[in-house]
Design a protein around this ligand. Sequence first.
Ligand code: COA
Length: 180
Amino acid sequence: MLIREAKLSDAAKIARVNVETWKSTYQELLPPQQLALVTFPDRKNYAREIIKSKDKGIVVAEMERGEIVGFAAFGPERAGGLPFKGELYVIYVLKAFQRKGIGSRLMMAVRKKLLEMGIHSLMVWTLYNNPYQRFYQALGGTIVYARTLDIEGFKTLERAYGWWEIGTMFAESQHRNQML
Ligand SMILES: CC(C)(COP(=O)(O)OP(=O)(O)OC[C@H]1O[C@@H](n2cnc3c(N)ncnc32)[C@H](O)[C@@H]1OP(=O)(O)O)[C@@H](O)C(=O)NCCC(=O)NCCS
């Protein structure tokens, strides 16, 4: 498996991972109407815009036969006014490929890219009841903010995990670091 920067020609494959993983993750957390808001054309455009932009990026996990099974999108913090310079916009690994270290490898690539951009702090928003937030906890992230989220009339809570210094993100998992 290869972790690499995304190209424009990857946009459709990234969108497929996005839509599939969105459904498998959020079907128990969101009502059907909100679940249906994430569509393939919309996600493809989203991926294209990020890949084309100068200050944002996507890294992908690609299998030997060219299948993309995970991706992470990152760039400057979007809300503005928060003391974190970088933001992980989204990270998704297809269900069948989860818990194999792919998400961690994607985060290592994100960290490398952000450090190259001179960005040392990072945050990510997640639904308060998303069980996958254990991933951010395992990487040493701590809860730094909470806010109400209104998804077309469905109100829920979001919390943000933060890392003040991403250089230390994998410090508490040295064993894993050596294995990856
Ligand atoms: C979150 C996600 C990107 C993690 O990717 P991954 O490849 O499964 O993660 P890794 O295998 O690198 O896991 C690293 C560690 O994180 C923790 N972890 C990851 N997923 C977890 C889960 N579902 N429950 C508990 N701990 C978890 C574990 O400590 C794990 O180490 P271990 O497997 O040795 O116990 C992936 O599971 C995913 O796409 N989830 C659905 C989408 C999602 O919720 N994305 C985040 C949106 S905010």
